[in-house]
Design a binder for this molecule. Structure first.
Ligand SMILES: [Zn+2]
Length: 120
């Protein structure tokens, strides 16, 4: 900080110039702004909201529709978006595993490796 009158260097907390005596004008301390509230899209999901979302994911067909909407809607809660995307990934993984398992079963039946005698 420098004195505006005599240009001598002042201590940061000086109230007046020690050389010429000119009082130091201080800018009023910047009023600390309250931390702005995070936008609603970033609010954490409450436990009740998570329960509701997970219950909705248990309803066939509705779950896929909701997952796609929540995962790819341009706006909406970020945490719900992550949950929906995780749900879609898990659905995809389960679908792939089911197709692989069914395919393996059908191959084994068709090649005669296993028989369904007594079952059907
Ligand atoms: Zn001065």
């Amino acid at each position: 900080m420098v004195c505006k009158k005599c240009k001598s260097v002042l201590a940061e907390d000086a109230l007046y110039c020690e050389k010429c005596g000119k009082p130091v004008k201080r800018k009023p301390a910047a009023k600390k702004a309250e931390a702005p509230l995070a936008p609603e899209a970033l609010w954490p999901l409450t436990t009740a909201q998570c329960v509701g979302i997970l219950l909705a994911f248990c309803v066939p067909l509705l779950n896929l529709i909701l997952m796609v909407i929540w995962a790819y809607a341009p706006q909406g809660n970020e945490n719900r978006r992550s949950l929906a995307r995780a749900g879609l990934i898990l659905c995809g993984a389960v679908l792939v595993l089911a197709i692989m398992g069914l395919s393996a079963f059908l191959i084994l039946v068709n090649t005669g490796a296993i028989t369904l005698t007594g079952v059907v």
